[in-house]
Ligand binder design. Sequence first.
Ligand code: DX5
Ligand code: ZN
Length: 221
Amino acid sequence: MTRRLAPSVLNADLAQLADQVRLVEEAADWIHLDLMDGHFVPNLTFGPPVVAALRPYTDHYLDCHLMVTDPEALLPALAEAGAGGVTMHVEALDDPVRALRAAAGLGMAPGLALRPGTPLQAVLPHLDAVDLVLPMTVEPGFGGQAFDDGVLPKIAAARDAIRRAGRPVALQVDGGVNAATLPRCLDAGADVFVVGTAIFGADDPAAAAKAFRALLDREEG
Ligand code: DX5
Ligand code: ZN
């Protein structure tokens, strides 16, 4: 199973976004971008224009996490902006089948995210149509929160369900992932690791990203 590191720039210096991405580029597989609308979550970050602005500065896959009330409405602009994947919250979708199909039809990898309190059952009917499942390990909205251990059994159950589905669905973790919690996520079966403040809150983000890369490569053996 390929293990991927997806640094989240949410708590990076957003005034220097391209430079911040460059710092972690060598160690990263994906760049994780948190789009928030101030409605689905209390925080408000950025939208498709910032994704488009960043696009020329990196070749990495842009992994967009949509914490917005109407994710479907953003899909055409995100495709135009060069997003690689779009992970939508299942709680925000009236019709997940239609939304996933729309994302795929626009050439983006569709994903479904769940708040910590949302049961895994909400995404199980859609495993045939997603490329990624994200059981959040904090309440979405802010970086720097403590990892919620209570989500680990849900991650393990998601891994089992993905195995049974027999499709290459990525299992992402996001929220409070650091050097102490990452191995627990790995044990539970996660394979894509979003890391925000443990990288960009470090004195040397490039070195911190490399340390996570080494941790993933070491655990892989
Ligand atoms: C929170 C975002 C995360 C955030 C993670 O809602 O989805 O991607 O950047 O930050 P840390 O790693 O600090 O929990
Ligand atoms: Zn995120």
